[in-house]
Design a protein around this ligand. Structure first.
Ligand SMILES: [Zn+2]
Ligand SMILES: [Zn+2]
Ligand SMILES: [Zn+2]
Length: 274
């Protein structure tokens, strides 16, 4: 499978509109960008493309990377930066099956699948296919599993995407704190590539009104506030799960400019052949 990171930024992206911080200036100077979350996964055996999340930057991402349009999509949760790009398929795609979890979220009173259906009911191209978390399903020739993570207050899912012919495995944490349930950790284990949420370095937790939590033995917070992992949290998770390679995504513009665009932090347009 060929994985292209279409969007590696947080909800505002980098550079952030109106921001003149050193990292946003460095991004503009270097022509580097972090748009909102999306990953393009091409099945080299079938030619099918599975899109993970529909970024509001969908149009720009596909123009920029010159990659094939998706044959199907999976939506991890209903936050703006992962869902609101779906409207871009209007007059671009004739048909887009969208897969999402079928569990009712007490917070919204509907499942991710139901929210997608309600918001995009006006788009004939979009068909919604509810799927039960932790149960593998076949799409684009991949075996795909939604796994619950921890991104309060919304029900949110990570993903495991496996190519049955080659055994290549891509794991994505989705938006999550370090409190990924044990069963989901098991499912995300041993991936060839782990794409992990790491919004800021742990040193910035003091700027969050809730601070950090889920500290390691040295007292370093692995969760920023309650919703996202720190860089250190993402790396600790990758280590624990024995991921062969890791890229940290959902990065804010607050990473120090000297290392903001270097691995293991992902940048838009990076590709991986698994
Ligand atoms: Zn900035
Ligand atoms: Zn989110
Ligand atoms: Zn997000």
């Amino acid at each position: 499978m060929r994985v292209t990171l279409l969007g590696t930024g947080d909800t505002t992206g980098t550079p952030r509109p109106g921001c003149d911080c050193a990292t946003c200036l460095a991004a503009r100077e270097r022509g580097v960008e972090r748009t909102r979350s999306s990953v393009h996964v091409r099945n080299e055996a079938t030619g099918d493309v599975l899109l993970v999340d529909a970024s509001p930057d969908f149009r720009q991402q596909f123009l920029r990377e010159g990659v094939s349009l998706p044959d199907a999509a999976v939506i991890t949760h209903v936050h703006f930066d992962h869902l609101d790009g779906l409207g871009n398929v209007f007059r671009v795609l004739d048909h887009l099956p969208v897969y999402a979890a079928d569990e009712t979220d007490p917070e919204t009173g509907e499942s991710v699948a139901e929210t997608v259906r309600r918001k995009y009911d006006y788009l004939d191209a979009v068909s919604v296919h509810p799927r039960t978390p932790c149960e593998s399903f076949r799409v684009c020739g991949f075996d795909v599993t939604l796994v619950p993570v921890d991104h309060p207050p919304l029900l949110t899912y990570g993903l495991v995407i496996e190519a049955p012919e080659t055994g290549a495995t891509l794991a994505l944490t989705g938006d999550t704190s370090y409190r990924v349930p044990d069963a989901s950790r098991e499912a995300l284990r041993d991936a060839d590539l782990l794409v992990a949420d790491g919004i800021v370095p742990a040193s910035l937790c003091s700027y969050h009104p809730l601070g950090g939590r889920d500290e390691d033995d040295a007292g370093v917070p692995r969760t920023f506030g309650t919703k996202h992992m720190t860089k250190e949290g993402a790396l600790a998770l990758a280590d624990e799960l024995d991921a062969r390679e890791v890229r940290i995504v959902h990065c804010a513009h607050r990473y120090p400019p000297e290392t903001a665009f270097d691995p293991p932090l992902g940048i838009d347009g990076e590709t991986f052949d698994l």
